[in-house]
Design a protein around this ligand. Structure first.
Ligand SMILES: [Ca+2]
Length: 467
């Protein structure tokens, strides 16, 4: 049995060329081999013909088996990339999104509130537009607004304006798109009822870190995955509030950092944005992996430590900048051609908001945003991290991604390279018991995509021409 067929949500029905330069149409009538989403957009989809509907509503036996949902907490600093990642989590059948926690990063926390509400509203409208039954109360994620300042403002960078003044491709600044009229009230007053017309429940907890701890504490240990695609302030704060509960996370998938080139700060050391926005938080969160050993820290070994009241070393997967710098390898990008062929023509609510947000990169400021393929493609690191999560859930990670373990230290005080990833050369001890400070951190870094995959998953799940 081929592993590819186990990837739920991707039907091996019609398709696209896989290598760069080949035709990429998701076009059923032309009969190329490829993919499109099986679920959730299949149910009640009024644009799907009967043959397709039949295929969409009867997933294969393998798909049924693998569609066991995994619980996820998504921590974001929205952010265009963050928006795509949120959409991907909400439209992926493998994911049971328990909470969305928001942090300052790409933009300040006030903008971040408006941006996340606008995203969740677009998803609500998307379901309505496609006639997909809306999830019930229990299935909706909690929304919690988290930290608006880094742990140590003296040693942290702020937004560089890369995503526009509003953090959202300037769709609000330029009046290209409007947030829901009552978005400010919605942040804290949505109960997930039909009357609210929202795709979330406002968290009754104090903030983002508290919501993270609540979710971890109220699920069996090592069953909740955290996907963090912003500065790590919320996660580090949660850890400091309750390290034992924090260590109940099954795995933390983080967008951030860069493969280290030295033990020391050098002229080549440069902090990646998320880590530079809160280097102390990055240092703390990566430190939770100290003592982690991929060979022995199976679920059972971690559970044993947990039952002894110890902090089981955290399993951390990092998606560093390197994954987008894979010259000569497969390109994990969204191309200008993808944007104009698949996203711009879409009249679904997700198509409309994504067209507006990505207009900044593809139309208004391509010189700055289209960093690949001679200003033809952009790298959306956050959504790459989302696809990595799906691949881990579907047990196809090793098939699609090359990764390697590194021991990292994050520079927290040299202001010329705040957040830089350096080799951790601190003393190693041989006996691994728990996350003692004398151990190395042990981080699995995703280095490159082995075969074309990311782009297909993203386009087919969010921007399929079937919509
Ligand atoms: Ca982000």
């Amino acid at each position: 049995m081929q592993k590819k067929s186990q990837y739920p949500g991707l039907c091996n029905i019609v398709g696209r060329g896989s290598r760069r330069g080949e035709s990429k149409g998701i076009n059923v009538t032309q009969g190329r081999q490829g993919v499109f989403p099986c679920n959730p957009v299949g149910e009640g989809h009024h644009y799907i013909n009967n043959n397709k509907r039949q295929q969409l509503q009867t997933p294969s036996k393998e798909d049924q088996v693998t569609q066991t949902k995994g619980s996820v907490i998504l921590d974001i600093d929205p952010g265009v990339d963050d928006a795509l990642t949120l959409f991907l989590m909400l439209l992926s059948p493998e994911v049971n999104l328990r909470a969305v926690t928001v942090v300052r990063g790409n933009t300040d926390i006030e903008n971040a509130k408006r941006n996340v509400i606008t995203c969740l509203d677009a998803v609500y409208k998307h379901y309505e537009y496609l006639g997909i039954p809306l999830p019930g109360f229990a299935e909706l994620p909690f929304l919690a607004i988290g930290e608006g300042e880094p742990l140590n403002p003296s040693y942290a960078k702020g937004s560089d304006g890369f995503m526009g003044k509003d953090g959202f491709g300037d769709i609000f600044t330029l009046d290209m798109y409007k947030p829901p009229k009552n978005w400010q009230a919605m942040v804290y007053n949505s109960h997930g009822t039909k009357e609210d017309k929202t795709f979330f429940k406002s968290s009754p907890r104090q903030g983002g870190p508290e919501e993270i701890l609540y979710q971890l504490e109220h699920a069996p240990p090592f069953t909740v995955t955290i996907l963090a695609v912003g500065p790590l302030t919320n996660l580090a704060t949660a850890y400091m509030l309750d390290p034992v509960v924090f260590h109940r996370a099954k795995q933390i998938i983080i967008m951030g950092g860069k493969v280290p080139i030295s033990e020391k700060v050098t002229s080549f050391s440069k902090g990646e944005f998320n880590f530079a926005c809160d280097p102390d938080a990055a240092h703390i969160v990566l430190g939770t992996s100290k003592g982690f050993d991929q060979d022995i820290h199976t679920y059972g070994a971690r559970l044993k430590l947990f039952n002894e009241g110890k902090k089981a070393p955290m399993d951390i997967v990092l998606i560093p900048l390197d994954v987008g710098e894979n010259q000569g390898r497969n390109s994990v990008t969204i191309s200008k051609q993808d944007y104009f062929q698949y996203i711009v023509p879409l009249k679904t609510p997700l198509g409309i908001i994504s067209t507006a947000m990505m207009d900044l990169g593809f139309v208004r400021d391509p010189e700055r945003h289209l960093e690949r393929d001679n200003h033809q493609s952009l790298v959306s690191y956050d959504s790459i991290s989302g696809v990595v999560l799906l691949d881990l859930f579907n047990d196809v990670f090793d098939q699609y991604w090359h990764s390697q373990y590194y021991s990292l230290r994050i520079e927290t005080r040299d202001i010329t390279c705040l957040g830089a990833s350096l080799f951790d050369s601190s003393e190693i001890t041989s006996s691994i018991t728990d996350s003692d400070q004398t151990h190395h951190s042990h981080i699995r870094m995703v280095l490159y995509e082995k075969e074309p995959h990311y782009n297909q998953v993203l386009i087919s799940r969010l921007f399929s021409s079937n919509q």
